[in-house]
Design a protein around this ligand. Structure first.
Ligand code: ATP
Ligand code: MG
Length: 511
């Protein structure tokens, strides 16, 4: 912290109001960020966190209120203005160009006028990599990187552009526990250099792990800002939801029935052409949740994509309810009664430009009751959308709102609702609660358990170990394209699973 900046906030936002049609996303919000602090921003889905930070980053103009950067009143008209003021942001959904390399992406975002040969950029990338332990190869293509690595590229980009103020919007929702810890040490290092970091999250444990102060928002308003030493889990949860939150859920013993999903010696190629799934076999039965734990990038994504028909199977086979579905199309597989809650929401979950109503029938528009002759019965579609909005508490002005305008968590609630509403016999859920607030997480987990008790077979892939432990009847740990073992949650500790995630074989498989 420099002498001059002592006490002077890096950022001060005062009386910020932002209205969207039908909703006040920010309602007279005051917020400040000090040099050398990590300031957590907490709040339910749709509370207005991303909106507030988008204003600071110049993506939105406030309807009312002022922004000061280092004591000076500023008008931030666009992200370029923000960068000039030293403000960088890593979004909930990344904005990298997949066809380009890391170095090329940095060159693209480079706003200054001097020439920047790629070689120089490469050198800087290596320098930041060393300094912050980012471990990024400047010549990798973005599409080859795991989500965790892509995020590091985004952080790198902000650092490269000289950010002193870094906004991270739910950075860990896509990371494994290990990657999250790496991220924490990166941002702590930045904090110790006097930078200011806004850290948006839903995970209370993370607030206590990294934050110096925390601000809680609810329904567009700030409920309070407090130093971390004055906060507790219960207190923050209560401020967020406005009621007490129970952190444990009831789970009945499972009574596994007939096999629903049978996977045999499955081999699937990854993007880089090598085998991402290397001979995996398992069965998921009715009334059972099989959890897959593992560090992202160990073949889970490819496994899921092969099962739902989004990726070619090289060898081995997949049967769903006794029917061979190996290399069948996504629609054929969905029509068997398979629900897919994908990890990549904007790619496979929703069509961003279509309305919430249209998105709610994505998997069934070609079937009755939605299809009437050659057209679609919009009153039926609306009815379904209104049901989903009510049942899943989706915050949205009307069913006709484009899905891309939903907050991250509300988008996820829409996808989960749509998939479960079809009463699938097999549910493939990839990180179903990422980005969801405590209340919604609780709700979705209870729904999954309910579907299991109703007889569904569920394959749950999750980077959240607590979630895997809490929901699964059996847990498969995936490492380097293979199952290291299949265990029962009551027979292992989180630490043991952690070890297995690094490839150590601890327990014999349970069938
Ligand atoms: N461009 C937009 N047009 C219309 N409404 C919007 C727009 N952006 C956000 N909203 C609405 O503003 C409210 C606040 O959304 P915001 O994305 O800021 O919430 P959030 O706190 O970040 O939630 P989450 O935790 O789910 O990401 C929501 O009701 C959202 O639907
Ligand atoms: Mg958000």
């Amino acid at each position: 912290m420099t002498q001059a900046s002592q006490g002077e906030p890096l950022v001060r936002m005062e009386g910020i109001v932002k209205r969207f049609p039908g909703v006040v996303a920010n309602d007279h919000v005051d917020f400040d960020l000090l040099p050398g602090e990590i300031h957590a921003l907490l709040g339910e889905n749709g509370a207005g966190k991303t909106t507030l930070m988008n204003i600071l980053y110049g993506l939105y103009q406030p309807d009312e209120g002022e922004v000061y950067v280092k004591g000076r009143k500023v008008k931030i008209r666009n992200p370029r203005d923000a960068l000039r003021l030293g403000i960088g942001m890593v979004h909930q959904h990344f904005l990298l160009v997949e066809r380009h390399t890391v170095a090329e992406n940095l060159a693209l975002g480079y706003a200054r006028s001097q020439v920047n040969p790629l070689n120089e950029i490469r050198d800087r990338i290596r320098e930041f990599s060393r300094k912050y332990h980012l471990d990024i190869d400047p010549d990798s293509y973005i599409w080859q990187l795991s989500v965790g690595e892509q995020q590091k590229v985004e952080i790198m980009k902000a650092l490269y552009e000289g950010a002193e103020i870094l906004i991270l919007d739910e950075p860990t929702s896509v990371l494994t526990p290990q990657e999250s810890n790496e991220l924490f040490s990166i941002i702590k290092k930045m904090r110790d250099e006097g930078k200011g970091i806004v850290f948006i999250t839903h995970k209370l444990a993370e607030v206590f792990a990294v934050a110096d102060r925390v601000t809680v928002m609810r329904k567009g308003r700030v409920i309070g800002t407090l130093p971390i030493k004055d906060a507790s889990r219960e207190k923050l949860a209560r401020m967020m939801v406005g009621r007490e939150v129970i952190f444990t859920i009831e789970k009945k013993p499972s009574r596994p029935g007939k096999p629903v999903l049978e996977v045999e010696n499955l081999v699937v190629l990854g993007d880089r052409g090598r085998e991402a799934v290397r001979g995996v076999s398992f069965t998921v039965r009715e009334n059972e949740i099989l959890g897959i734990a593992g560090v992202a990038g160990n073949g889970q994504k490819e496994l899921v994509h092969a099962i739902v028909g989004l990726r070619h199977v090289k060898s081995g086979n997949i049967r769903i309810m006794g029917i061979d579905t190996t290399n069948k199309s996504p629609r054929e597989i969905a029509d068997l009664g398979v629900g897919h809650i994908p990890e990549e929401r904007l790619k496979f979950g929703i069509v961003p430009n279509m309305s919430v109503a249209e998105n709610s029938i994505l998997k069934s528009y070609y079937k009755p009751p939605y299809r009437k002759g050659f057209s679609i019965d919009y009153s039926k579609v609306r009815e379904l959308a209104e049901d989903l909005i009510k049942e899943y508490n989706i915050v949205v002005p009307t069913p006709d709102t484009p899905a891309k305008l939903l907050s991250g968590g509300n988008m996820q609630k829409l996808i989960v609702g749509r998939e479960l509403k079809r009463k699938p016999k097999l549910i493939i859920a990839s990180n179903p609660t990422f980005g969801l607030d405590v209340g919604a997480t609780e709700y979705i987990r209870e729904k999954l358990l309910y579907e299991r008790d109703e007889g569904a077979a569920i394959l749950l892939v999750s980077g959240d170990l607590d979630e895997v432990m809490q929901l699964s009847d059996r847990i498969a740990v995936m490492f380097n394209g293979e199952f290291v073992g299949i265990v029962r949650p009551e027979e292992v500790t989180v630490e043991e699973i952690g070890l297995m995630m690094s490839g150590v074989r601890l327990k014999e498989a349970v069938s």
